[in-house]
Unconditional design. Structure first.
Length: 168
């Protein structure tokens, strides 16, 4: 484990990197996804960062669409949260964090690392609580995972149930 000064420096650097990657109004545009694909990825073998404790009773959920819904693309996904505060990425808060939407993807293997940002792990670092999602026809899974100021999941992770939607 790095000393406290080194850990603070790493945290500051990661904050700049992840905030720059999330501070945009069109999180799902093609140019955004292409730019994210060109960024170096944090590997699963990287050392874990300290995790923010989850607020007592905190929970996230997908308010819309309902599990099993049949939708037309694009469709709106509404994020719900209870007993926590939604804050933008980079805002350190013991009471909350910001949403990440997992599309057709499992929880990350190493919950001590920042959540990657790509088509399967979508960041909402501006504190957004909904998105217009465009997906190909077929069955898809959706799940929310809250990240702290550095995009690292809380301890324990604050995650929604996985829901399934079918795009016509």
């Amino acid at each position: 484990m790095p000393n406290p000064l080194a850990r603070a420096a790493i945290g500051s650097l990661l904050s700049v990197v992840v905030i720059a990657g999330c501070d945009r109004s069109t999180v799902n545009s093609e140019s955004t996804r292409q730019a994210d694909a060109e960024k170096p990825a944090v590997t699963e073998s990287a050392p874990s960062l300290p995790r923010t404790p989850a607020p007592e009773g905190a929970r996230v959920f997908i308010a819309e669409p309902a599990d099993g819904a049949v939708v037309s693309s694009p469709f709106t996904v509404v994020f719900g949260a209870e007993n926590l505060t939604i804050v933008p990425a980079g805002t350190e808060s013991s009471e909350g964090g910001h949403h990440h939407l997992l599309v057709d993807a499992p929880l990350p293997d190493n919950l001590g690392l920042p959540i990657i940002n790509n088509d399967s792990y979508r960041h909402f670092g501006g504190g957004q609580t909904r998105v217009e999602l465009e997906l190909a026809p077929g069955e898809h899974t959706l799940q929310l995972l809250l990240g702290d100021h550095l995009h690292v999941p809380h301890d324990p992770p604050i995650q929604s149930d996985v829901i399934t939607v079918t795009v016509e």
